[in-house]
Write a protein that binds this ligand. Sequence first.
Ligand SMILES: [Zn+2]
Length: 624
Amino acid sequence: MNNNKNPVSVDGKVVRYRIAPARPEAHLYAVSCSVEDPDSAGQQFALPAWIPGSYMIREFARHIVSIRAESRGRAVGLEKLDKHTWQAAPVAAALVLHYEVYAWDLSVRGAHLDTTHGFFNGTSVFVRVLGHEQETCIVEIAPPAGTRYRAWRVATSLPRMGAPLAGFGVHVARNYDELIDHPVEMGTFASLRFRACGVPHEMAITGVQQADTARLARDLKKICETQIRFWHGNAAASGARGVAPMERYQFLTTALGEGYGGLEHRASTALMCSRGDLPQRGVKEVAESYRGFLGLCSHEYFHTWNVKRLKPAPFAPYDLDRENYTTLLWMFEGFTSYYDDLMLLRSGLIGRDSYLELLARTITNHLRTGGRERQTVAESSFDAWIKYYRQDENSPNAVVSYYVKGSLVALCLDLHIRARTGGRRSLDDVMRLLWRRRGVDGSGIGDDEVEALAEEASGLRLHAFFDQAVRSTAELPLARLLATHGVRLRRRPAKSATDKGGVEKGEERPTKTRAASLGVRSRTEGKEIILTHVLEGGAAQGAGLAAGDAIVSVDGLRPRPGGLEALLAARRPGGMMQVHAFRRDELREFRVRLQAAPADTCDLSVVEARGGALRRRWLGSGDE
Ligand SMILES: [Zn+2]
């Protein structure tokens, strides 16, 4: 059962932690961990090797700069067993571990501390006491010393002991798993608050910004209520209290000059965005950058259900010492990516054309990834640890994104079910059945269960669909399924380097002349063009060019500002191009036969006369 909402009782055994931003100027947290009845054979402690939600081994223990153990005021021997595990000498009394954590990773995954603010995830700072994982954790979050920090406050979803609101002081978690799932921000952040279906929500915004926080609160409230109603249906609609699985919810946002990212937790999320992504005062419409930020909030919020509670069986519980494999990230990340933008549409924050534009860009992104012909989404999920999260110059050729393709699998499954059931069933029914069967009790979904439960929820045979979409690299039937809903998909070559596709208006006709393509991705550095990726089967690969090559001349002339795009604009497919490039500081000549630019850009357009009823059910009242 889901007992995440019951108040934490502390009758039994406890593990006590204290964390203090002891030296903000040196980026050091001082942490202690006390165990009343340590293992008589010598207590072991370990720090996680990764943080749930971000599938890469990060070895947080490398940021522990000093560590010692004591018991009754006397030093106790401490031996390191492996990269992140320590064992104290046997003691008969309470044991205390003291350590310092260096925190200079400004990301949603780690820990950061300076004289302006502090942020940490439990995975970076709280050791696991082996054998005591199920004990209640009592955590004192101490303020930094000194008058300059007088105005600092704390924002976290970690429950405060004896008080409903967060702040410096004593907090409590039911067990270690819960302890590390509530990131903490401290400093002088801005706050906004709202209630969604009766649940208190708060966003803390760190960083200099002049956002229209009242508008942000209004818009977020719509997204959160739409999602709570999505998962809990009539119970939420009737205003019944306590239907959502969290008692309160905390958004922790860091606004920077340039940044983007988010990490989900059971009752909060850590977000990073550019200052300009936040809504500006006096602006009424949803700017593209703000739409992106709302999509990020929507994505992480959807994870409150899909991956934090409804989770892969191997994550129940997480193995924090090593890679934790699942073939289902296409469902947990991909389906979440499908619903994040759809929820903006259902909330009324964006309209039909804006939604279709986002969908067209996702399809374009997928079409430009040759790796979709090499890797299935199930394989991409399993290998996330070594491929998706560790991308290199060959990734576009070898890796398919379980976010991007996963969201298109969700789109196809949704449209397939809607078309075959005349709109009576949809992916929504599949998600809610998954939730009831495997989410409410937190038992986890086995690798083959999504298909079985999708069949049960839809009443359709879906084996062939899953074979094609999930277990093969065959192209998804996007055009055919969109057509059943009166949406036409057209592929064409890109018109410019920034052309990501979009919504096509009726009168536009595709250009007849085909542009030339070199088959690379590149960046300009001074007067050189550096090849970052050489695409499989492209003209550059055929001529022997490689990632890292610095192009210094094309047909005897130095490249003009604007880089490759400007050079290729005047060329035609089939023509020859002489390229000089430095590789390992040696000048080389390459003769490239240009190819036709691939039709890898997607435009969508609504065919008003077709599929109207199905489309209106799919896109709701936004279909106008
Ligand atoms: Zn996600």
